[in-house]
Design a protein around this ligand. Structure first.
Ligand SMILES: CC(=O)SCCNC(=O)CCNC(=O)[C@H](O)C(C)(C)COP(=O)(O)OP(=O)(O)OC[C@H]1O[C@@H](n2cnc3c(N)ncnc32)[C@H](O)[C@@H]1OP(=O)(O)O
Length: 401
Protein backbone atom coordinates (compact mmCIF):
# COMPACT_ATOMS: atom_id res chain seq x y z
CA UNK A 1 0.00 0.00 0.00
CA UNK A 2 1.08 3.55 -0.80
CA UNK A 3 2.58 5.36 2.21
CA UNK A 4 0.99 8.64 3.33
CA UNK A 5 2.10 11.87 1.61
CA UNK A 6 2.86 14.96 3.63
CA UNK A 7 1.87 18.46 2.56
CA UNK A 8 2.77 21.68 4.34
CA UNK A 9 -0.44 23.61 5.00
CA UNK A 10 -1.37 26.51 7.26
CA UNK A 11 -3.02 23.79 9.33
CA UNK A 12 0.49 22.40 9.95
CA UNK A 13 1.68 19.24 8.30
CA UNK A 14 -1.27 17.60 6.63
CA UNK A 15 -0.88 13.94 5.87
CA UNK A 16 -2.93 12.44 3.04
CA UNK A 17 -3.71 8.76 3.45
CA UNK A 18 -5.46 6.25 1.24
CA UNK A 19 -8.13 4.61 3.41
CA UNK A 20 -8.76 0.92 3.27
CA UNK A 21 -11.19 -0.39 5.86
CA UNK A 22 -14.85 0.00 6.63
CA UNK A 23 -14.54 1.94 9.88
CA UNK A 24 -12.31 4.50 8.13
CA UNK A 25 -14.76 4.70 5.23
CA UNK A 26 -17.58 5.41 7.65
CA UNK A 27 -15.55 8.15 9.39
CA UNK A 28 -14.80 9.59 5.93
CA UNK A 29 -18.50 9.59 5.08
CA UNK A 30 -19.44 11.19 8.39
CA UNK A 31 -16.85 13.95 7.93
CA UNK A 32 -18.03 14.69 4.39
CA UNK A 33 -21.68 14.74 5.46
CA UNK A 34 -20.87 17.10 8.34
CA UNK A 35 -19.07 19.42 5.90
CA UNK A 36 -22.32 19.49 3.90
CA UNK A 37 -24.28 20.18 7.13
CA UNK A 38 -25.90 16.75 7.09
CA UNK A 39 -25.98 14.36 10.02
CA UNK A 40 -23.86 11.20 10.11
CA UNK A 41 -25.17 8.23 8.12
CA UNK A 42 -27.66 6.01 9.92
CA UNK A 43 -26.94 2.27 9.92
CA UNK A 44 -29.48 1.86 7.11
CA UNK A 45 -27.91 4.64 5.04
CA UNK A 46 -24.46 3.26 5.64
CA UNK A 47 -25.47 -0.17 4.35
CA UNK A 48 -26.24 1.29 0.90
CA UNK A 49 -23.36 3.78 0.98
CA UNK A 50 -20.57 1.29 1.71
CA UNK A 51 -20.52 -0.22 -1.81
CA UNK A 52 -19.58 3.22 -3.19
CA UNK A 53 -16.23 3.08 -1.35
CA UNK A 54 -13.72 1.60 -3.79
CA UNK A 55 -10.34 0.51 -2.41
CA UNK A 56 -7.48 2.74 -3.59
CA UNK A 57 -9.80 5.63 -4.48
CA UNK A 58 -10.57 7.03 -1.03
CA UNK A 59 -8.35 9.80 0.34
CA UNK A 60 -8.44 11.54 3.70
CA UNK A 61 -6.39 14.35 5.21
CA UNK A 62 -5.08 13.91 8.73
CA UNK A 63 -3.51 16.12 11.32
CA UNK A 64 -1.91 13.61 13.62
CA UNK A 65 -4.59 10.96 14.10
CA UNK A 66 -7.49 13.28 13.42
CA UNK A 67 -9.25 13.12 10.09
CA UNK A 68 -9.81 16.66 8.82
CA UNK A 69 -10.66 16.32 5.13
CA UNK A 70 -11.99 13.91 2.50
CA UNK A 71 -12.20 13.18 -1.19
CA UNK A 72 -12.75 10.06 -3.27
CA UNK A 73 -13.43 8.94 -6.81
CA UNK A 74 -15.52 6.29 -8.51
CA UNK A 75 -14.02 4.45 -11.46
CA UNK A 76 -15.81 3.97 -14.76
CA UNK A 77 -15.81 5.36 -18.26
CA UNK A 78 -16.88 8.49 -20.13
CA UNK A 79 -17.97 9.26 -23.68
CA UNK A 80 -15.99 11.91 -25.61
CA UNK A 81 -16.95 13.81 -28.78
CA UNK A 82 -16.97 11.35 -31.66
CA UNK A 83 -18.24 8.53 -29.44
CA UNK A 84 -15.03 6.97 -28.08
CA UNK A 85 -15.15 5.81 -24.46
CA UNK A 86 -12.27 6.50 -22.06
CA UNK A 87 -11.58 5.45 -18.45
CA UNK A 88 -12.94 8.10 -16.08
CA UNK A 89 -12.79 9.07 -12.41
CA UNK A 90 -15.90 10.66 -10.90
CA UNK A 91 -14.56 12.81 -8.06
CA UNK A 92 -16.87 13.33 -5.12
CA UNK A 93 -17.31 13.62 -1.36
CA UNK A 94 -14.94 16.55 -1.07
CA UNK A 95 -15.13 18.04 2.41
CA UNK A 96 -12.94 19.71 5.01
CA UNK A 97 -13.82 19.85 8.69
CA UNK A 98 -15.28 23.32 9.36
CA UNK A 99 -12.63 24.12 11.99
CA UNK A 100 -9.85 23.48 9.42
CA UNK A 101 -11.12 25.32 6.33
CA UNK A 102 -9.06 27.91 4.36
CA UNK A 103 -5.75 26.48 5.55
CA UNK A 104 -4.87 24.55 2.42
CA UNK A 105 -6.32 21.15 3.37
CA UNK A 106 -8.42 20.85 0.19
CA UNK A 107 -5.41 21.93 -1.87
CA UNK A 108 -3.32 19.11 -0.37
CA UNK A 109 -6.10 16.59 -1.00
CA UNK A 110 -6.63 17.69 -4.61
CA UNK A 111 -2.92 17.62 -5.44
CA UNK A 112 -2.47 14.18 -3.98
CA UNK A 113 -5.60 12.83 -5.63
CA UNK A 114 -4.63 14.24 -9.03
CA UNK A 115 -1.17 12.77 -8.90
CA UNK A 116 -2.59 9.31 -8.17
CA UNK A 117 -5.74 9.16 -10.32
CA UNK A 118 -5.54 6.05 -12.50
CA UNK A 119 -7.69 7.50 -15.32
CA UNK A 120 -6.89 10.05 -18.06
CA UNK A 121 -9.87 12.24 -17.18
CA UNK A 122 -11.83 13.20 -14.09
CA UNK A 123 -15.04 15.13 -13.62
CA UNK A 124 -16.87 16.50 -10.63
CA UNK A 125 -19.95 18.52 -9.68
CA UNK A 126 -18.89 21.72 -7.96
CA UNK A 127 -20.63 23.11 -4.90
CA UNK A 128 -19.14 26.56 -5.69
CA UNK A 129 -17.96 27.94 -9.02
CA UNK A 130 -14.72 29.50 -7.76
CA UNK A 131 -12.98 26.52 -6.19
CA UNK A 132 -11.89 23.96 -8.77
CA UNK A 133 -10.37 25.99 -11.63
CA UNK A 134 -7.13 26.30 -9.65
CA UNK A 135 -6.87 22.50 -9.64
CA UNK A 136 -7.28 22.31 -13.43
CA UNK A 137 -11.03 21.60 -13.63
CA UNK A 138 -12.94 23.63 -16.23
CA UNK A 139 -16.66 24.07 -16.67
CA UNK A 140 -17.22 21.79 -19.65
CA UNK A 141 -20.93 21.02 -19.71
CA UNK A 142 -24.11 22.84 -18.78
CA UNK A 143 -27.64 21.54 -18.45
CA UNK A 144 -31.11 23.04 -18.88
CA UNK A 145 -33.73 22.61 -16.19
CA UNK A 146 -37.04 22.41 -18.07
CA UNK A 147 -40.59 22.71 -16.82
CA UNK A 148 -43.20 21.27 -19.17
CA UNK A 149 -46.80 22.44 -18.90
CA UNK A 150 -48.59 19.12 -19.34
CA UNK A 151 -51.90 20.71 -20.43
CA UNK A 152 -50.23 22.56 -23.28
CA UNK A 153 -47.92 19.70 -24.18
CA UNK A 154 -49.95 18.17 -26.97
CA UNK A 155 -48.01 15.72 -29.12
CA UNK A 156 -49.73 15.11 -32.44
CA UNK A 157 -50.35 11.43 -33.21
CA UNK A 158 -50.17 8.35 -31.03
CA UNK A 159 -47.34 6.17 -29.72
CA UNK A 160 -45.58 3.72 -31.98
CA UNK A 161 -44.40 1.27 -29.31
CA UNK A 162 -45.53 0.04 -25.89
CA UNK A 163 -44.85 1.49 -22.43
CA UNK A 164 -45.08 -0.81 -19.40
CA UNK A 165 -44.77 -0.05 -15.70
CA UNK A 166 -42.23 -2.25 -13.90
CA UNK A 167 -42.04 -3.12 -10.22
CA UNK A 168 -39.00 -2.35 -8.08
CA UNK A 169 -37.38 -5.75 -8.41
CA UNK A 170 -37.68 -5.69 -12.19
CA UNK A 171 -36.31 -2.12 -12.32
CA UNK A 172 -33.38 -3.19 -10.11
CA UNK A 173 -32.43 -5.88 -12.58
CA UNK A 174 -33.29 -4.13 -15.83
CA UNK A 175 -32.12 -0.54 -15.47
CA UNK A 176 -28.35 -1.11 -15.10
CA UNK A 177 -28.49 -3.26 -18.25
CA UNK A 178 -30.57 -0.74 -20.22
CA UNK A 179 -28.43 2.20 -19.10
CA UNK A 180 -25.31 0.43 -20.31
CA UNK A 181 -27.01 -0.38 -23.63
CA UNK A 182 -28.26 3.12 -24.50
CA UNK A 183 -27.69 5.60 -21.68
CA UNK A 184 -24.30 6.75 -22.95
CA UNK A 185 -25.28 8.53 -26.16
CA UNK A 186 -23.75 11.95 -25.51
CA UNK A 187 -20.28 13.30 -24.75
CA UNK A 188 -19.96 13.59 -20.99
CA UNK A 189 -22.17 10.60 -20.21
CA UNK A 190 -20.51 8.22 -17.75
CA UNK A 191 -20.98 4.59 -16.87
CA UNK A 192 -22.51 3.86 -13.48
CA UNK A 193 -20.65 1.91 -10.82
CA UNK A 194 -22.33 -0.75 -8.62
CA UNK A 195 -22.34 1.61 -5.61
CA UNK A 196 -24.25 4.20 -7.65
CA UNK A 197 -26.99 1.73 -8.42
CA UNK A 198 -27.09 0.54 -4.82
CA UNK A 199 -27.93 4.09 -3.68
CA UNK A 200 -30.32 4.82 -6.55
CA UNK A 201 -32.24 1.60 -6.06
CA UNK A 202 -32.42 2.21 -2.33
CA UNK A 203 -34.06 5.60 -3.00
CA UNK A 204 -36.71 3.84 -5.04
CA UNK A 205 -37.73 1.68 -2.13
CA UNK A 206 -37.19 4.42 0.43
CA UNK A 207 -40.61 6.05 0.29
CA UNK A 208 -39.51 8.35 -2.53
CA UNK A 209 -42.40 6.92 -4.54
CA UNK A 210 -40.31 6.54 -7.67
CA UNK A 211 -42.09 4.87 -10.59
CA UNK A 212 -40.31 3.35 -13.58
CA UNK A 213 -41.77 2.61 -17.00
CA UNK A 214 -39.94 0.81 -19.81
CA UNK A 215 -40.57 1.33 -23.50
CA UNK A 216 -40.33 -1.39 -26.08
CA UNK A 217 -40.25 -1.02 -29.84
CA UNK A 218 -39.80 -3.51 -32.68
CA UNK A 219 -36.38 -4.61 -31.38
CA UNK A 220 -37.30 -4.96 -27.68
CA UNK A 221 -36.70 -2.65 -24.72
CA UNK A 222 -35.32 0.65 -26.00
CA UNK A 223 -36.09 3.31 -23.39
CA UNK A 224 -37.09 3.96 -19.80
CA UNK A 225 -38.02 6.79 -17.52
CA UNK A 226 -38.15 6.93 -13.72
CA UNK A 227 -40.12 9.72 -12.09
CA UNK A 228 -41.64 10.80 -8.84
CA UNK A 229 -44.65 12.98 -8.10
CA UNK A 230 -44.81 15.89 -5.70
CA UNK A 231 -47.25 15.53 -2.83
CA UNK A 232 -49.58 18.28 -4.10
CA UNK A 233 -53.15 17.80 -3.00
CA UNK A 234 -54.88 19.88 -5.65
CA UNK A 235 -54.92 17.10 -8.23
CA UNK A 236 -52.22 18.86 -10.26
CA UNK A 237 -49.05 17.05 -9.33
CA UNK A 238 -45.58 18.03 -10.49
CA UNK A 239 -43.64 15.08 -11.85
CA UNK A 240 -39.90 15.13 -11.48
CA UNK A 241 -38.01 12.98 -13.97
CA UNK A 242 -35.15 11.32 -12.08
CA UNK A 243 -33.70 9.04 -14.76
CA UNK A 244 -34.41 8.95 -18.49
CA UNK A 245 -32.66 7.11 -21.30
CA UNK A 246 -33.63 6.06 -24.77
CA UNK A 247 -32.11 4.32 -27.77
CA UNK A 248 -34.03 6.07 -30.55
CA UNK A 249 -36.37 8.98 -31.28
CA UNK A 250 -39.52 6.80 -31.23
CA UNK A 251 -38.81 5.61 -27.69
CA UNK A 252 -38.10 9.19 -26.56
CA UNK A 253 -41.34 10.47 -28.15
CA UNK A 254 -43.49 7.65 -26.76
CA UNK A 255 -42.13 8.17 -23.25
CA UNK A 256 -42.97 11.88 -23.48
CA UNK A 257 -46.48 10.98 -24.67
CA UNK A 258 -46.77 8.81 -21.57
CA UNK A 259 -45.45 11.53 -19.21
CA UNK A 260 -47.62 14.33 -20.55
CA UNK A 261 -50.84 12.31 -20.75
CA UNK A 262 -50.76 11.07 -17.17
CA UNK A 263 -53.87 11.97 -15.20
CA UNK A 264 -53.66 14.58 -12.41
CA UNK A 265 -50.32 15.97 -13.57
CA UNK A 266 -49.89 19.68 -14.26
CA UNK A 267 -46.14 19.95 -14.75
CA UNK A 268 -43.22 17.69 -15.69
CA UNK A 269 -39.71 18.76 -14.66
CA UNK A 270 -36.61 17.39 -16.32
CA UNK A 271 -32.90 18.16 -16.79
CA UNK A 272 -32.00 18.17 -20.48
CA UNK A 273 -29.05 18.85 -22.75
CA UNK A 274 -28.79 22.38 -24.17
CA UNK A 275 -29.71 21.07 -27.63
CA UNK A 276 -32.55 18.79 -26.51
CA UNK A 277 -35.29 19.17 -29.17
CA UNK A 278 -38.19 18.86 -26.69
CA UNK A 279 -39.66 22.29 -27.51
CA UNK A 280 -40.39 21.05 -31.04
CA UNK A 281 -42.16 17.89 -29.91
CA UNK A 282 -45.28 19.78 -28.86
CA UNK A 283 -47.58 21.73 -31.16
CA UNK A 284 -47.33 24.68 -28.73
CA UNK A 285 -43.64 25.52 -28.17
CA UNK A 286 -44.62 27.50 -25.05
CA UNK A 287 -45.35 24.18 -23.35
CA UNK A 288 -41.63 24.07 -22.48
CA UNK A 289 -40.10 26.65 -20.15
CA UNK A 290 -36.36 26.78 -19.53
CA UNK A 291 -36.31 27.61 -15.83
CA UNK A 292 -32.56 27.56 -15.41
CA UNK A 293 -29.28 26.73 -17.12
CA UNK A 294 -26.66 25.58 -14.67
CA UNK A 295 -23.16 24.20 -14.71
CA UNK A 296 -23.00 20.45 -14.54
CA UNK A 297 -19.72 18.84 -15.67
CA UNK A 298 -16.38 20.20 -14.40
CA UNK A 299 -13.73 18.37 -16.38
CA UNK A 300 -10.06 17.76 -15.56
CA UNK A 301 -7.82 16.48 -18.36
CA UNK A 302 -5.41 14.34 -16.35
CA UNK A 303 -3.58 12.98 -19.38
CA UNK A 304 -3.80 15.75 -21.99
CA UNK A 305 -2.13 13.94 -24.93
CA UNK A 306 -4.32 10.88 -24.47
CA UNK A 307 -7.52 12.90 -24.11
CA UNK A 308 -6.78 15.13 -27.10
CA UNK A 309 -6.13 12.02 -29.17
CA UNK A 310 -9.32 10.32 -27.94
CA UNK A 311 -11.86 12.71 -29.45
CA UNK A 312 -12.66 13.56 -33.07
CA UNK A 313 -12.47 17.06 -34.56
CA UNK A 314 -14.36 19.21 -37.04
CA UNK A 315 -13.02 20.47 -40.33
CA UNK A 316 -10.72 23.53 -40.20
CA UNK A 317 -7.10 24.49 -40.68
CA UNK A 318 -4.90 22.89 -37.97
CA UNK A 319 -4.03 24.93 -34.87
CA UNK A 320 -1.20 24.52 -32.37
CA UNK A 321 -2.23 24.82 -28.73
CA UNK A 322 0.30 25.58 -26.01
CA UNK A 323 -1.12 24.01 -22.85
CA UNK A 324 0.00 24.96 -19.34
CA UNK A 325 -0.59 22.66 -16.38
CA UNK A 326 0.89 23.75 -13.06
CA UNK A 327 -0.15 20.66 -11.07
CA UNK A 328 0.60 17.99 -13.67
CA UNK A 329 3.57 19.48 -15.56
CA UNK A 330 3.91 16.47 -17.89
CA UNK A 331 0.89 17.88 -19.72
CA UNK A 332 2.56 21.22 -20.40
CA UNK A 333 3.58 21.51 -24.05
CA UNK A 334 2.38 22.13 -27.60
CA UNK A 335 -0.26 20.06 -29.38
CA UNK A 336 -1.20 20.26 -33.03
CA UNK A 337 -4.93 19.69 -33.52
CA UNK A 338 -6.34 19.05 -36.98
CA UNK A 339 -9.36 17.37 -38.56
CA UNK A 340 -7.30 14.14 -38.50
CA UNK A 341 -6.51 14.17 -34.77
CA UNK A 342 -4.10 15.63 -32.23
CA UNK A 343 -0.44 15.07 -31.46
CA UNK A 344 2.29 16.61 -29.35
CA UNK A 345 4.66 18.78 -31.42
CA UNK A 346 7.53 21.21 -31.13
CA UNK A 347 6.04 24.16 -32.97
CA UNK A 348 5.11 27.80 -32.64
CA UNK A 349 1.75 28.00 -30.86
CA UNK A 350 -1.33 29.75 -32.20
CA UNK A 351 -3.14 29.75 -28.85
CA UNK A 352 -1.92 29.58 -25.24
CA UNK A 353 -4.39 27.99 -22.86
CA UNK A 354 -4.31 26.75 -19.25
CA UNK A 355 -5.45 23.18 -18.66
CA UNK A 356 -8.69 24.16 -16.86
CA UNK A 357 -9.84 26.13 -19.92
CA UNK A 358 -8.80 23.31 -22.24
CA UNK A 359 -11.21 21.24 -20.12
CA UNK A 360 -13.87 23.92 -20.65
CA UNK A 361 -13.62 23.73 -24.46
CA UNK A 362 -13.14 19.95 -24.64
CA UNK A 363 -16.81 19.05 -25.28
CA UNK A 364 -17.38 22.08 -27.53
CA UNK A 365 -19.84 23.58 -25.02
CA UNK A 366 -17.58 26.66 -24.66
CA UNK A 367 -15.75 28.27 -27.59
CA UNK A 368 -12.16 29.46 -27.75
CA UNK A 369 -13.40 32.75 -29.23
CA UNK A 370 -15.57 33.38 -26.15
CA UNK A 371 -12.61 32.79 -23.83
CA UNK A 372 -10.50 35.09 -26.01
CA UNK A 373 -13.21 37.78 -25.93
CA UNK A 374 -12.98 37.93 -22.14
CA UNK A 375 -9.15 37.80 -22.23
CA UNK A 376 -8.95 34.37 -20.61
CA UNK A 377 -6.75 32.98 -23.40
CA UNK A 378 -4.25 34.52 -25.78
CA UNK A 379 -3.27 33.99 -29.39
CA UNK A 380 -4.93 33.98 -32.78
CA UNK A 381 -7.03 31.80 -35.12
CA UNK A 382 -9.72 31.21 -32.53
CA UNK A 383 -12.30 30.60 -35.30
CA UNK A 384 -10.35 27.56 -36.55
CA UNK A 385 -10.02 26.25 -33.02
CA UNK A 386 -13.79 26.72 -32.48
CA UNK A 387 -14.55 24.76 -35.66
CA UNK A 388 -12.15 21.94 -34.74
CA UNK A 389 -13.54 21.52 -31.21
CA UNK A 390 -17.23 22.04 -32.14
CA UNK A 391 -19.37 19.01 -31.39
CA UNK A 392 -22.62 18.32 -33.25
CA UNK A 393 -24.04 16.96 -29.98
CA UNK A 394 -24.13 18.96 -26.75
CA UNK A 395 -22.70 17.27 -23.66
CA UNK A 396 -24.76 15.90 -20.81
CA UNK A 397 -24.09 13.77 -17.77
CA UNK A 398 -27.36 12.35 -16.51
CA UNK A 399 -25.64 10.43 -13.71
CA UNK A 400 -25.51 12.53 -10.55
CA UNK A 401 -22.72 11.77 -8.11
C1 LIG B 1 -16.91 17.72 -5.69
C2 LIG B 1 -17.63 17.94 -4.39
O1 LIG B 1 -17.68 17.07 -3.57
S1 LIG B 1 -18.41 19.43 -4.15
C3 LIG B 1 -18.60 19.55 -2.40
C4 LIG B 1 -17.51 20.42 -1.81
N1 LIG B 1 -17.68 20.46 -0.37
C5 LIG B 1 -18.29 21.47 0.29
O2 LIG B 1 -18.73 22.46 -0.30
C6 LIG B 1 -18.44 21.27 1.77
C7 LIG B 1 -18.19 22.54 2.56
N2 LIG B 1 -16.90 23.16 2.30
C8 LIG B 1 -15.73 22.52 2.56
O3 LIG B 1 -15.67 21.38 2.99
C9 LIG B 1 -14.44 23.30 2.32
O4 LIG B 1 -14.67 24.65 2.62
C10 LIG B 1 -13.93 23.20 0.87
C11 LIG B 1 -13.70 21.73 0.52
C12 LIG B 1 -14.92 23.78 -0.14
C13 LIG B 1 -12.63 24.00 0.76
O5 LIG B 1 -11.64 23.42 1.60
P1 LIG B 1 -10.43 24.29 2.20
O6 LIG B 1 -9.54 23.36 2.88
O7 LIG B 1 -10.99 25.43 2.93
O8 LIG B 1 -9.75 24.82 0.87
P2 LIG B 1 -8.27 25.40 0.76
O9 LIG B 1 -7.92 26.09 2.05
O10 LIG B 1 -7.34 24.35 0.30
O11 LIG B 1 -8.50 26.48 -0.35
C14 LIG B 1 -7.97 26.40 -1.64
C15 LIG B 1 -8.35 27.66 -2.38
O12 LIG B 1 -9.75 27.63 -2.67
C16 LIG B 1 -10.39 28.79 -2.16
N3 LIG B 1 -11.68 28.37 -1.66
C17 LIG B 1 -11.92 27.37 -0.79
N4 LIG B 1 -13.23 27.28 -0.57
C18 LIG B 1 -13.84 28.23 -1.29
C19 LIG B 1 -15.18 28.63 -1.46
N5 LIG B 1 -16.16 28.00 -0.80
N6 LIG B 1 -15.44 29.65 -2.29
C20 LIG B 1 -14.44 30.27 -2.96
N7 LIG B 1 -13.13 29.95 -2.82
C21 LIG B 1 -12.84 28.93 -2.00
C22 LIG B 1 -9.48 29.27 -1.05
O13 LIG B 1 -9.68 30.64 -0.80
C23 LIG B 1 -8.11 28.95 -1.59
O14 LIG B 1 -7.73 29.96 -2.51
P3 LIG B 1 -6.17 30.29 -2.81
O15 LIG B 1 -5.57 29.05 -3.40
O16 LIG B 1 -6.25 31.42 -3.77
O17 LIG B 1 -5.58 30.63 -1.48
Amino acid sequence: MRSPSRWATIAGVTEIRVLSDESQYRAHNTLFRRAMHWGPPTDEQWKVTLPSYEPGRVHAAFEGDEMIGTTQSYGGSMVVPGGAVVPHSAVSRVGVRADYTRRGVLSALMREQLSTLPDPVATLRASEGRIYGRFGYGLAGRVRFLRVDARRAVIPGGPTGRVRMVDLDTADKLLPELHTAFGLGRPGQISRWPGWWAKALDRKSDGDNIVTVVHSGPDGDDGYVSYKASSDTDFKHTLQVVDFAWANADAWRDLWIYLTRLDLVGTVEVDAALDDPLTWLFDDPRAVHTKDVFDQVWLRLVDVPRMLAARTYGVAEPVVLEVHDRLLPANTGCYRVSADGAERVEARPDITIPVDLLGAVYFGDTRFSDLAAVRRIEGARFGDADALFASPVAPLCSTFF
